[in-house]
Design a protein around this ligand. Structure first.
Ligand code: GDP
Length: 172
C-alpha cells in the first residue's frame, strides 16, 4: 500500500493533525511528554494507504544523544524501498524553521520525494499574520505558496485541502 510520511519537530502538532485528518480522537497520541517518541508508527487508512508518523525531532530538554536519535531512524525510513510517495513536513506558524527543519526540507529536495509543507496551529494568529507568514516562508524556503497548506487542528481549517493533496499523491 502507498505510504505518506509526516515529519516535524516535537510539539509541532503532528498527532493533533493526524487525529483531525482521520476524524478520530486518540488515533495518534497527543503527547504530554514531548521528546519521548522514538518509534515510527504506521496507520493503515481505509485499506487504501498508510500514514507514517515519523518521530518528532529537536526537543530541547533531552540529552544530545537522544536529540540525535531521530536522524538515523528517519533517514533509514526515507531511504527504504519503495519509500514514501510523499512527505508532509509540518512547521509551527509561530516559529521560524529550525536548522533541523531546514535540513529535512533540503534532504527531501535532494532525494526528490514530493513534499507538502503544512503550517500548523494557525488559529493562534490572525489570518493576516498567517498570510504574511506563509508568503515569507514561501520566499525563504523557495516553495510555491500552493505547496504550503495552512492548518489548524482546533478549527479544522486546511483538513480537506490536506486530504485532497494526500489523495493526489497516493493516486498518482
Ligand atoms: P506532536 O508532538 O507534534 O505530536 O504535537 P501534539 O499534537 O501532541 O500537540 C502539541 C501541543 O500543541 C498540544 O498541547 C496540542 O494541544 C497543541 N496543538 C496541536 N495542534 C494545535 C492547533 O492546531 N492549534 C492549537 N491552538 N494548539 C494545537
Amino acid at each position: 500500500m502507498p505510504e505518506v510520511a509526516f515529519a516535524g519537530r516535537s510539539n509541532v502538532g503532528k498527532s493533533s493533525l493526524l487525529n483531525r485528518l482521520v476524524r478520530r480522537r486518540g488515533f495518534a497520541r497527543v503527547s504530554n511528554t514531548p521528546g519521548r517518541t522514538r518509534e515510527i508508527n504506521f496507520f493503515r487508512v481505509n485499506h487504501q494507504f498508510v500514514l507514517v508518523d515519523l518521530p518528532g525531532y529537536g526537543y530541547a530538554r533531552v540529552s544530545k544523544a537522544a536529540k540525535e536519535a531521530w536522524r538515523p531512524l528517519i533517514e533509514g525510513y526515507l531511504k527504504s524501498t519503495p519509500g514514501p510517495r510523499g512527505v508532509v513536513q509540518l512547521l509551527d506558524v509561530r516559529r521560524e524553521p529550525s536548522p533541523d527543519d531546514r535540513q529535512m526540507l533540503d534532504y527531501l529536495a535532494e532525494t526528490g520525494v514530493p513534499t507538502i509543507v503544512v503550517v500548523t496551529k494557525i488559529d493562534k494568529l490572525s489570518s493576516r499574520a498567517v498570510t504574511e507568514h506563509v508568503e515569507r516562508l514561501g520566499r525563504e524556503l523557495e516553495l510555491d505558496p500552493e505547496q504550503i497548506i495552512p492548518f489548524s487542528a482546533v478549527t479544522g481549517t486546511g483538513r480537506d485541502e490536506l486530504a485532497d493533496a494526500l489523495a493526489a499523491l497516493v493516486l498518482s
